[in-house]
Design a protein around this ligand. Structure first.
Ligand SMILES: *Cc1c(COP(=O)(O)O)cnc(C)c1O
Length: 356
């Protein structure tokens, strides 16, 4: 595919762009340009890099009515003036898995990767280089056919936008969250869309999230629909660490999103494994000290450590001493030092963006 470039003139680009990024909360800032490509008549057409701007879509665009929309989240890092992406091919593959679940067209992985590389090449100035900062990458696809019948749309738009972001944790990697273990809300059902990064899943999770906040908790620990097994933490995979240092992540089912962070940890740490985890046993083991640390895995924060679990009846289970444990800290350090290129990552994980 040809990539058309419609770039801002040099003087209109924001050259002071990254001043203050260290204090910006995650995902707030935008870069100058975005990538857009449209799907019509069975093919992807008109790939283009254009200034970040509003879309024009019909009021009858199917995304606004029936919610055919999916997204991804990835990161790029700057080191010595070069830009590197982290496992973006995995994100591109997962977008296609989400597309299949939502009856949307796949978009070739090569096309997604080249589009991102060309966009990043244009936006080099927007990739922060300071420790803990990154250029957050948000690819997404939505249905644009003007139709009120309930069926898969015939037209779509795929876009990649970029958000220069400061450290996810304003105060450094230092806080733990409290999770509400609730039987009142569920994120995903068997046979549903939980294994897709489908926008509607996040709309559906807001009520539970607000409920958790009203109980003084930062996030929800989601259980399966039988309230037997532990599934996810908000929009992250869950993990815990046993007394022997082993890392345990819930087995991937069709109600759990396959986190690329989790998959990477499973590849990097020989003592990491996946299991179906009974919530009753989990809480008992937190109480007995068999489980010493816990948290969530996801691209945005990498790791969100959990200090405490609170159940619907108000019972509290503190993990370890309620603070970030040494294993959690070591996993975090190892992971981010690979992303920053300070220690060597497995072949093909950290990929340099070419100069076109
Ligand atoms: C995005 C997401 C994750 C984390 O996946 P990563 O690939 O590690 O960013 C986990 N759970 C849900 C529900 C998600 O949406």
């Amino acid at each position: 595919m040809d990539f058309k470039l419609d770039l801002l003139p040099e003087e209109k680009r924001n050259h002071e762009c990254l001043s203050g990024v260290e204090t910006l909360s995650f995902g707030q800032m935008r870069s100058d340009h975005m990538f857009v490509v449209d799907y019509e008549d069975g093919e992807w057409k008109d790939g283009r890099i254009v200034p970040y701007q509003d879309f024009s879509i019909a009021p009858g665009a199917m995304v606004l009515h029936y919610g055919q929309a999916i997204f991804e989240g990835a990161k790029a890092f700057q080191r010595d003036g070069e830009i590197f992406t982290w496992r973006f091919d995995k994100n591109a593959e997962r977008l296609n898995e989400s597309a299949r679940i939502l009856c949307m067209p796949e978009i070739p992985v090569d096309l997604q990767v080249e589009a991102l590389n060309r966009l990043l090449d244009v936006e080099r100035n927007w990739c922060p280089g300071m420790d803990e900062a990154s250029l957050y990458i948000r690819p997404f696809m939505f249905a644009t056919q003007d139709s009120l019948g309930v069926h898969p749309s015939a037209k779509y738009t795929y876009c990649i936008m970029l958000s220069p972001s400061g450290p996810y944790y304003a105060g450094g990697f230092s806080n733990t969250v409290t999770l509400l273990v609730t039987e009142k809300f569920h994120r995903a059902t068997p046979g549903g869309t939980g294994a897709a990064k489908a926008c509607g899943n996040y709309a559906a999770s807001l009520r539970a999230q607000e409920f958790a906040k009203s109980k003084g908790c930062g996030q929800v620990l989601y259980l399966d629909t039988t309230n037997t097994f532990l599934e996810e933490v908000g929009a992250m995979n869950h993990f815990h660490i046993m007394k022997d240092g082993s890392i345990v992540i819930p087995e991937f089912t069709d109600t759990i999103l396959k986190s690329i962070t989790s998959q990477s940890i499973l590849e990097l740490f020989p003592n990491a494994r996946q299991e179906r985890i009974k919530i009753s046993e989990f809480l008992k083991q937190v109480e007995s000290g068999e489980i010493i640390e816990a948290g969530g895995f996801g691209t945005a924060a990498v790791i969100t450590p959990v200090g405490k679990y609170v159940t619907d009846d108000g019972k509290e289970y503190v993990v370890g001493n309620g603070e970030i444990g040494e294993h959690t800290r070591a996993i975090y350090e190892k992971y981010v030092s690979m992303q920053r290129g300070e220690t060597e990552a497995p072949e093909g994980w950290l990929v340099q963006v070419p100069r076109y």
